[in-house]
Each structure stands twice: as structure tokens, then as C-alpha cells.
Design a protein around this ligand. Structure first.
Ligand code: SF4
Length: 352
């Protein structure tokens, strides 16, 4: 029988569970120390935890439920993992090296129902949400890869930008964030964590109210409804006006900056007039917004889209800058290893 991963429990949830099963709350801190500091993957290794307590945990929980199915390493140090879940589904996780540290991009769902027209993952409909333990498990696998390399390196940053819409798996995503932020566990700083959404307005409001202090990125990709609906069908249900209202709620209440993601597709949304329209849409929010321009990574599945010319990328950037908009162009990682979201997984499924 498949067991759920203990990684999915926050420290408080584990303490409450142990208490309800006749054990002292402090056992939870002990167990966490073994899980996240010493990073053992076997309950039997937790030598200072009472035997009965370990037996109980073993009966109800597994530690790691992900198995490494494939690993690709890029020349720039990016590592792409393909993990097999207990039910046989495959998910992707990417570990990237930056000047500022090591970041992991996690997946939150098996497949995705949002159906962005440029995305390789969107072709595979969602079959289920990942549990919080399966999401934490991806960070632990990446960290264990680093531990095995023996360089004393730590995952310092996390981006929730892999396959799936994290806000469509809201509760598990929140538990995941609580676990990885906790200073008694992995202690990844909230300001080093970014959650990216396709723009589920109600969930942006709920995320703001949850006051998690982590960064928010919203995939905008177009400056008007007509174009955005063509690129992202979610815009039919949640048009830009509604999305911007939820962003305003976030900016006002969380008092934090926001990143607006904009993927540049040749001759679709990459002209100067689109940049001007985008600047106008951002308007007074410019003090708190940064536009992240993402040159499109072509995928076989979407031959209708090409990568914008370098000249168009620069011109788009210049227009935004002239309009007083903070913006940057995303650096690419692992272009030699199917690094675009969902590419490795869809390739494996096709070849199976
Ligand atoms: S870009 Fe993200 S939200 Fe859109 S279809 Fe792909 S995985 Fe889903």
C-alpha cells in the first residue's frame, strides 16, 4: 500500500499528530532534525527517537516517495530530474546554478488544465494534484543530489514555476511553503521563494490573505484581452481587468513587489506597440512591478510559435525602460537538455 510522505506535514501538523497518538510534541522537532538537517531517508536511522514512536511513523508514513527516473545535466550546470511517483506518473524538477545561489523549480500537478497555447506541459491534461509531501520531496531530492556531490552546497532559492498551476493546488502548495520556510527545517528564506500563477484572481486574493511573505509572479504575456485570450485561454474566464484588480489587492495589502512574466513570441506579442500598451496597462503600479521578459524556447509541439529576434527583444526592453517600467530579460538555463517546462516529461511519455 502506498503511504504518504512525512515531508508533507508542517512541524505543527506533525506535533499535533504525534500528540494525538500518545507521543510528546517535542518528538516532532527531533524527527524534523533528522529529516531536514541530517537528511536521513530511513526512520530507523533516527537513533534518538523513541522506538515506539518510530514504529508508529513507519506504519503511517514514508519519507521519500519520489524515485529518480532520469537525470540530465547541462553544460551550464543545470540539472533536470524526471521523478517517478508511487502511482507511476512522471514529474520534472530543475536545479539551477546562479551567481546568487542554487534554485530549484518545482512541479505542483501531474499535467495542467490551464492550457497555455505555448506550453509543452499544457498538452497533457491534469491527472492529479501533487501532495505537499511530493512537492517538498522534489527539493529534498535536489538537496540530496548536492549532498552526495560533497561540496557542502544548499538549495537557497525555490521557484514554483514547474508543471501545473500552483494556485489550482492551493492548500498543498501552502503546506509546502510552510515546510520549506520553517527555520527548524530547510529554512529557505521567504524572500528567496517565488510562486508563479497564470492569474487565478480569487487565489491571488487568498494568497495575499495567507500572508506567507513569499514573492508572487503573474504570467501576463499580453497587454490586452484579445491577444491574451489567444495565448492563454484562462483569460476568457479571468480577463485582464479582473486579474489587475486582484494584483492591486496584493500590492496594497502585502505591500510587496510583483513580477509580471511576459514570454516573447515572434510577431505575436513582441512589437513596440505591445510594449507601449503594456506600459500603459501597468500604469501607476510601476513602482512595485517588474516585468520579466522571457525569450521563447521553441518546442516541437508548438511550431506556430517562434523565438523573437534579439533585436525585437532589445527594442521591447528599451520601450519599457523609456516608459519608466522596471524590467529584465530572463537568462536561460539548460537549453541543451530539454529545459523548457514540460519538454522532458512529454518526450519520455511520447517515447514510452
Ligand atoms: S505555462 Fe504553466 S499554467 Fe500554463 S499550461 Fe503550462 S504549466 Fe500550465
Amino acid at each position: 500500500m502506498n503511504k504518504t510522505s512525512i515531508y508533507g506535514l508542517t512541524l505543527e501538523q506533525l506535533a499535533a499528530w504525534l500528540l494525538a497518538h500518545g507521543h510528546k510534541r517535542f518528538r516532532a522537532t527531533q524527527v524534523w532534525d533528522w529529516l531536514y538537517r541530517k537528511r536521513v531517508t530511513d526512520f530507523a536511522a533516527m537513533t534518538d527517537v523513541h522506538k515506539e514512536c518510530l514504529q508508529l511513523l513507519e506504519e503511517h508514513y514514508a519519507i521519500q516517495t519520489l524515485n529518480e527516473h532520469l537525470k540530465q545535466e547541462s553544460a551550464d550546470g543545470t540539472i533536470k530530474f524526471l521523478f517517478k511517483l508511487q502511482d507511476g506518473n512522471l514529474i520534472e524538477t530543475v536545479l539551477m546554478r546562479h551567481k546568487y545561489g542554487l534554485s530549484v523549480c518545482v512541479t505542483t500537478q501531474v499535467g495542467c488544465n490551464i492550457g497555455c497555447s505555448f506550453c509543452a506541459s499544457g498538452l497533457l491534461a491534469k491527472s492529479r494534484d501533487l501532495t505537499s509531501g511530493e512537492i517538498v520531496g522534489q527539493i529534498m531530492k535536489a538537496q540530496q543530489h548536492l549532498d552526495n556531490a560533497g561540496q557542502d552546497e544548499r538549495v537557497s532559492h525555490v521557484v514554483v514555476m514547474g508543471i501545473g498551476e500552483p494556485f489550482d493546488n492551493f492548500d498543498n502548495m501552502v503546506d509546502f511553503l510552510e515546510v520549506i520556510k520553517d527555520h527548524k527545517g530547510l529554512a529557505i528564506g521567504a524572500r528567496h521563494i517565488t510562486v508563479s500563477t497564470s492569474g487565478l484572481a480569487d487565489k491571488i486574493v487568498a494568497f495575499t490573505d495567507a500572508n506567507l511573505q513569499v514573492n508572487l509572479a503573474v504570467s501576463l504575456h499580453a497587454p490586452n484581452d484579445e491577444l491574451r485570450t489567444r495565448i492563454m485561454k484562462i483569460n476568457r474566464a479571468i480577463p485582464i481587468d479582473r486579474l489587475m484588480k486582484s494584483i492591486d489587492y496584493y500590492l496594497e495589502k502585502a505591500n510587496r513587489r510583483i513580477t509580471l512574466e511576459y514570454i516573447l513570441l515572434k510577431d505575436v506579442n513582441d512589437r513596440k506597440e505591445h510594449a507601449l500598451e503594456l506600459a500603459e496597462l501597468i500604469g501607476d503600479r510601476r513602482q512595485l512591478a517588474t516585468v520579466n521578459l522571457i525569450p521563447y524556447n521553441p518546442v516541437d509541439e508548438h511550431s506556430q510559435y517562434q523565438r523573437s529576434e534579439q533585436q525585437s527583444v532589445s527594442a521591447f526592453y528599451d520601450v519599457l525602460k523609456k516608459q519608466g517600467i522596471n524590467c529584465s530579460v530572463r537568462l536561460e538555463h539548460g537549453t541543451d537538455i530539454d529545459a523548457a517546462c514540460g519538454q522532458l516529461r512529454s518526450k519520455q511519455i511520447r517515447e514510452a
